[in-house]
Design a binder for this molecule. Structure first.
Ligand SMILES: Nc1ncnc2c1ncn2[C@@H]1O[C@H](COP(=O)(O)OP(=O)(O)OP(=O)(O)O)[C@@H](O)[C@H]1O
Length: 416
């Protein structure tokens, strides 16, 4: 492993930093973008497994990423996001499976022979090096002249909007500034792949919001293929071209933010990305579900052998109506209930309504300007109206750990 040298940080042995500081070697010509097959994705992960002892952190994960895409790995803590990112970087190689980058199999290459730049959550800057020296670190082995290095560092400082920070040390910078420097350092060697491991999670909310826009516009400008690990669904929805939703070492869904949000493939994705009301029902036929003796119309679904199911809808697709109002039964379903409480959220109201039919409550978000607020007072009897087209059905696994996680803190499971 590379050891920092006469630059003054020989006693600094954070492995992440040391690894991070490894200069990106120009990779063999077979691995440059120009050599890749035009029809093949830029990055292919084929049947990747990662074992830690008996524990499988990745279970036969396969994935394709196109050149220039911004992809987010999203999922709860421990689902394997970082493990997958580190396997792609070669920092923590897979136990089985193959990784192809730019047409070349890189599965067995050490990190220093792979073509990537990486940014960690902890910035991982050398504390005893100036900003300039930090950014230039990876350039030293590329045999660039002093002048070329200075020019590159200045360009990058301009790009990240910190042209006056060249002579400062990391400790003299804010968290957001340090992360910008880490980004500049990752980009200095002009890698074709940028890996971001929760780069924003150590920053406060305002800086995080600002920096995520900056990272996205910089990525678009450079056209660099980028993978970012995050557990923040808002961040993934706002930044990604495509989101890879992970859970327990597998990929649950890959799709655009809109696909993942509007058409989740299962209850886990539905509940992890955004808020989803999940009502316990029984599958009836491909366009209806059953609760007690009532049949409820829904979007069409594959009933398979499914018995226990979730009837699901987003809080913002429902409306609060007076009880007894006639609804067009082909287009809407109505659920009677009692308003439990109302939260003012600025431009909308979040209303919790208890539905005796399901023995649980749902959340409804309504515009604070276009709703009859007298209906929203706690204790009021209302009808929650939902367009049939927005009523999705997902398989419900009884006693599954995943379902337990879905329900925790949100709804209480009730046998339909
Ligand atoms: N070196 C290791 N030894 C043993 N188990 C590990 C090791 N690294 C990771 N794991 C386990 O592998 C699983 C996946 O870890 P990973 O760091 O990829 O999760 P993650 O999705 O990135 O989570 P987080 O958002 O909390 O960082 C976890 O259960 C973790 O405990």
């Amino acid at each position: 492993m590379l050891q920092p040298n006469a630059s003054g940080c020989s006693d600094y042995r954070d492995p992440e930093t040391l690894m991070m500081a490894q200069p990106q070697q120009p990779i063999t010509s077979a691995c440059t973008p120009s050599a890749k097959r035009s029809h093949a994705p830029y990055l292919q992960v084929n049947k990747l497994w990662k074992h830690y002892g008996n524990f499988a952190a990745l279970k036969e994960v396969s994935l394709e990423i196109e050149e220039g895409e911004f992809v987010c790995f999203l999922g709860p803590s421990g689902c394997g996001k970082t493990t997958l990112l580190r396997a792609i970087a070669g920092l923590d190689p897979q136990s089985r499976g193959e990784i192809v980058q730019g047409g070349q199999t890189i599965s067995r290459l050490p990190p220093e022979q792979r073509d990537f730049g990486i940014v960690f959550q902890s910035y991982a800057l050398f504390p005893n090096l100036t900003v300039t020296q930090n950014i230039a670190y990876g350039l030293r082995s590329l045999k660039k002249s002093r002048q070329e290095v200075a020019q590159k560092v200045n360009e990058l400082l301009e790009t990240i909007g910190l042209p006056d920070m060249a002579h400062k040390y990391p400790a003299q910078l804010s968290g957001g500034q340090q992360q910008r420097i880490a980004l500049a350092r990752a980009l200095a060697t002009e890698p074709s792949l940028l890996l971001l491991d929760e780069p924003l999670s150590a920053l406060d909310a305002r800086v995080r919001l600002h920096l995520r826009q900056e990272i996205r516009s910089l990525q678009r400008k450079l056209g660099i293929t980028t993978i970012m690990v995050t557990h923040d669904q808002d961040e993934a929805l706002a930044m990604a071209d495509r989101i890879v939703v992970m859970n327990h070492g597998i990929i649950e869904q890959v799709g655009t933010p809109e696909q993942v949000y509007r058409r989740p493939v299962n209850a886990f994705v539905a509940n992890f990305v955004g808020t989803m009301n999940l009502l316990p029902v029984k599958a009836a036929n491909q366009q209806q579900v059953r609760v007690q003796s009532r049949l409820i119309n829904s979007r069409s679904y594959k009933s398979k052998q499914m018995d226990a199911a979730w009837l699901a809808f987003r809080p913002e697709v429902a409306e609060i109506k007076p009880v007894g109002l006639h609804l067009d039964g082909n287009r809407y379903e109505g659920f009677s209930g009692t308003v439990l409480h109302t939260e003012f959220m600025g431009n909308f109201l979040r209303i919790e309504v208890s539905l005796p039919e399901f023995q649980q409550s749902v959340q409804v978000d309504v515009s604070s300007q276009h709703t009859d607020l007298t209906l929203c007072a706690p204790g009021y009897q209302v009808c929650v109206s939902v367009p049939v087209d927005e009523l999705q059905v997902f398989e419900r696994y009884n006693n599954s750990a995943a379902t337990g996680a879905i329900l925790s803190g949100k709804n209480e499971e009730v046998a339909a």
